[in-house]
Design a protein around this ligand. Structure first.
Ligand code: HEC
Length: 170
């Protein structure tokens, strides 16, 4: 009987520790909400780029979907919604001055995504305001990408990334 009481007390204390531990590492709901928004934006932007490339970009001289997306990203930034940019993770880039990784976070994105991770993220505070920086992988989703990016031929996995900086939905 005594032994059973002892085991019961042990069980209770382990359970309570697990509950406390779970609370300590439970995610900030603002981060969860914002990540969900990034997933929504990511689906929208990527499908737009694929659709434009598929239906309109039939020749290498045509204004690329990446350039169109860049113009769209600028509009979203000018309106104060969020920032997002397309970076290249390969050695040969069409626009290296702008699309190469540009800070420590983007270098880390390159490292992680080339190692096979689907996303990479961090929360930063700038002037007292919190932001989610989140990067998602861009693979060679269709044969036509190779028409302008010869170095993408036969490449599996990420060759680029959409890197977001979105104000946290507090
Ligand atoms: C019509 C030619 C064309 C096609 C087709 C094309 N791109 Fe691009 N891509 C560009 C141009 C031009 C840029 C540079 C845009 C800029 O920075 O303004 C670019 C930039 C990029 C970048 C950023 C790195 C860099 O090279 O500057 C990535 C990543 C990328 N494209 C991926 C893709 C993917 C994936 C596809 C297929 C869905 C694709 N591209 C199809 C012309 C093309």
């Amino acid at each position: 009987m005594k032994k059973r009481n002892y085991l019961f007390a042990l069980f209770i204390s382990i359970s309570m520790t697990l509950v406390l531990l779970h609370d300590a590492i439970a995610e900030d709901p603002a981060v969860t909400r914002t990540r969900h928004q990034v997933h929504m934006l990511d689906t929208l932007y990527k499908n737009a780029v694929v659709l434009i490339t598929d239906k309109y970009v039939t020749d290498p001289s045509v204004f690329s979907a990446a350039s169109a997306a860049g113009a769209l990203f600028q509009v979203m930034k000018d309106n104060g919604f969020h920032e997002v940019r397309l970076i290249g993770l390969t050695d040969v880039l069409i626009n290296p001055a702008v699309n190469n990784p540009q800070d420590a976070f983007e270098e880390e994105v390159k490292h992680k995504l080339l190692a096979g991770e689907a996303t990479h993220e961090e929360v930063v505070t700038i002037d007292g305001k919190r932001y989610l920086r989140m990067a998602t992988a861009v693979p060679v989703v269709m044969e036509r990408c190779v028409m302008c990016h010869a170095n993408f031929k036969g490449v599996d996995g990420a060759i680029g990334s959409l890197v977001y900086k979105v104000p946290l939905i507090e």
